[in-house]
Design a binder for this molecule. Structure first.
Ligand SMILES: Cc1ncc(COP(=O)(O)O)c(C=O)c1O
Length: 381
């Protein structure tokens, strides 16, 4: 029997093939490849979608985080407070502006930073809070934003995995998009994201006019006018070809994310019926009721994770471990002085998590196959 891929981008592409070909052709005919009208239109589309005043395209989600920190004047001597359980860029961005990351442990259920621990970790050099909406579920933003206000710290949202995810605030009663709640939100269009390009791409969003202007300058060497530089910036721009592709995909994003959420619910049911949840052998992703989760990843916690991973690999069932090593234990951050045991909840997550295929085009029969492989692993003991 054929296996099940972790992600099937060809299935997403097939029905869009003609529309994308036309859009790409339009860019080629125009011969305007960097920024330009195609990117501007896409920026407007994303700003409207996310409910913010400005969107500024750049070369990747990693660059979006770096540019966001730079635009807030975060640099040498400063610390950026974030989660140790995330993709590398969440912490490396601080280094890239000459600052340092500082970590606070996560909530065991949602995998997102625990606000109480976040507040306890605020130090004299802390200059920003950088929550991540991991796997497509918003961090506990009421509490994070409240800490930011009280401590006068800007909140930068790492929404790389969460374009389209929402958070229903109990403070204001409003439901807002991830990325639109802090001073700046950062998105990634890496191909495996819910809205993925045909290569790297990223975007920063903000409703602060001056900040948007600064971000627009920083992405083109620190000046609006060619060859006039107000400061030293970067070369980090979104390609018109990427924007053209992403413009075709954006109107489908909510439907794709809804399918992912349906698939996640179906896994919950199938795993419940399988008996694997008894005794905690398998634990389902925890949903925060305030969140519109877009399931960029469907991540279980399991016992004997590495053995299970080998079993799934052999059965050609797509899977991945996001993330095997917590950020505070990365070799390159050794000088920060963190040790094993400093963030036990994140470290435990690194030992237990495994992500299963949850992409929009996944068929029920494929999900049955994935769950059958999990059941077989446990039957063998
Ligand atoms: C949480 C998180 N932050 C930042 C990034 C960086 O995005 P990119 O790969 O577009 O540089 C990613 C993407 O992998 C991510 O998942």
């Amino acid at each position: 029997m054929a296996g099940v891929p972790l992600l099937d981008l060809k299935a997403q592409y097939a029905p869009l093939r003609e529309a994308i070909a036309e859009a790409v052709e339009r860019v080629i005919e125009a011969q305007r490849f960097i920024l330009g009208p195609e990117v501007e239109t896409f920026e407007h589309d994303v700003a409207r979608y996310a409910g913010v005043r400005h969107a500024v395209g750049c070369a990747s989600g990693t660059d979006a985080l770096i540019l966001a920190l730079a635009a807030l004047d975060i640099g040498p001597g400063d610390e950026v407070l974030t989660t140790p359980f995330s993709f590398f860029s969440t912490a490396s961005c601080a280094y890239k502006v000459g600052a340092r990351p500082r970590f606070a442990d996560i909530d065991a259920g949602t995998f997102n930073v625990d606000p109480e621990r976040l507040e306890a970790a605020v130090g004299p050099r802390t200059r920003a809070l950088l929550p991540v909406h991991l796997f497509g579920q918003s961090a506990a933003m009421d509490a994070v934003l409240e800490i930011g206000e009280r401590r006068r710290l800007p909140v930068i949202e790492d929404a790389a995995q969460a374009l389209g995810a929402t958070y229903g605030s109990e403070r204001s009663g409003a439901t807002r998009h991830c990325g639109a709640m802090g001073r700046i939100g950062c998105f990634s269009f890496f191909p495996s994201k819910n809205l993925g390009g045909f290569g790297d791409g990223g975007m920063m969003v903000t409703s602060d006019d001056a900040l948007a202007e600064r971000l627009r300058e920083l992405r083109v060497h620190g000046g609006r006018q060619m060859y006039h530089h107000r400061e030293v910036g970067w070369n980090s721009r979104l390609d018109a070809l990427q924007a053209a592709v992403l413009r075709i995909k954006l109107p489908h994003l909510d439907a794709w994310s809804a399918r992912r959420a349906e698939n996640a619910l179906r896994y919950d049911r199938l795993l419940g019926e399988s008996g694997l949840l008894e005794g905690g052998r398998v634990r389902l992703p925890v949903r925060d009721a305030r969140c519109g989760h877009i399931f960029n990843q469907y991540t279980l916690r399991v016992e004997r994770r590495d053995e299970l991973k080998r079993h799934l690999d052999q059965a050609a069932i797509g899977n991945s471990v996001y993330y095997p090593v917590a950020l505070h234990l990365q070799e390159c951050f050794r000088e920060l002085g963190y040790r094993q045991g400093d963030f036990p909840v994140a470290e435990r997550a690194c030992r237990e998590v495994i992500a299963l295929p949850v992409y929009a085009e996944l068929e029920p029969a494929q999900q049955d196959q994935v769950v059958a492989a999990l059941v077989e692993f446990h039957r063998k003991g």
